[in-house]
Ligand binder design. Sequence first.
Ligand code: NDP
Length: 491
Amino acid sequence: MPVDQQMDWRSNKILNFIGGELVEPVGGRYFDNIEPATGQPFALIPDSDEQDLERAVSAARAAFPGWRDTSPTQRAQIMNRLADLIEARMDEFIAAESRDNGKPESLAAAVDIPRGAANFRAFANMAEKFGGERFEKEQSSSYVLRTPIGVVSTISPWNLPLLLFTWKLAPALAAGNCVIAKPSEVTPMTAYMLSTLVNEAGFPPGVLNVIHGAGAKIGAAITAHPDIPAISFTGGTATGLAIYQAAAPNLKKVSLELGGKNPTIVFDDADFDIAVAGAKNAAFANQGQICLCGSRLFVHESIYDRFKQAFLEQVGDITIGDPQQTDTQHGAMVSEDHMEKVLSYIELAQQEGGTLLAGGQRRRLAGRCREGYFIEPTVFENLPSDCRTNQEEIFGPVVSLIPFSSEQQVLEMANSTSYGLAASVWTQDQQRAKRMAEKIDSGIVWINCWNLRDLDTPFGGMKKSGLGREGTWDAMHFFTQQKTVTTPKEQ
Ligand code: NDP
């Protein structure tokens, strides 16, 4: 890269946001932020450490009494203003999210950034409605107070950077907590942009603090900190387990949203065209990098060949390209490391005897994206349900087609992994849909749709997909503690 260009990107510095100020990391260290579509660095990320965390904890502790005592209506107004400010800069946020993550701008425009703003609105609304239960008995009258916890932390991943960052922040703030938020070091840009709007929205200094840096360093320091009694985490199962263990000695409250190996199940009575399009979307949205993606595609044997042909035709039509191009449907993988991991799984699938039906390669594009981390949408068949490819989370554009003959058989295969996050079932038989929903080990079951989200509904997984639920009511419960207040009734 020419020197002048290098100077240019090195001046593009992300800063921490602590106590209402944008600040350099105390240790003065940074690492490079890479644009996945080009493989080139474009910004510097603070490599924060315990000193930065101590400052953030002090700022948050000092801010807590004031924020706790702010009325829910005032909190809601401030949060709604932050949503307004994001929306006013929609195009800048979309471009930044796409550049940082590799996802098509069209996807960031349709999903990530609008949801980033909508999360604040949903929880602002909730702040005003939220209250405890009442219990009237012959001898006593009781009510439940739900009070904020204090200083809490949110740790979020790279796949839906602003969406998942705000999905945690918003309930924590709405409930009256002060927050130390750590976005993924892989995609810090939109969290940084958001932090530049926090003062303008009207948050008092210290209520929301954003610290950037490596998960293994600053993330681990947050997890172990004795003055942060609650942690809401979304990320991989191995990291979630490490956080759970690190949090245990201090009996911290922990919410874990982890990985998935989700089944898409297509019965022979499904609306064929809708099921094909839905299964394709479930497999490849965001390059397969959504925890909810359906990476195991079970198809009833009586329609298997016809379904396979139609599915492969649609996969062949997916436009891979520069995320900035308006017609791009399939962008870059988030990082070189992650691309290599996914490619190693494609190799493994072949070693395990899988037949490659589509894709399977890194895609080299021309022009500005020639060094980008693109992988073709990849389809396998002939892999046994219990092989590693069909059991482990790949988190990329790789789907395995598996025929089945009966409800019982597909349930056994669907439930055979250690995960239990989401499933989609495609059938026009309502009774069958009900039976499947009851028997699938999964926190979310979609019937004849995929990733249709109602933010009020509980969201989360069973088994190694997580602990606890998000969603407006559940998240507000997580970020508060209950006090039962009882008075005697006059006899
Ligand atoms: P990781 O688990 O690698 O990272 C998630 C976050 O944790 C990042 O901010 C990371 O920081 C941080 N982190 C890493 N190590 C530690 C540690 N020891 N202590 C504290 N924090 C740490 O996940 P990915 O970012 O790779 O995200 C992909 C995973 O997230 C997939 O498994 C996916 O299924 C899951 N996911 C689950 C969702 C759900 O709702 N169930 C939704 C979306 C994704 P850094 O990046 O800086 O290292």
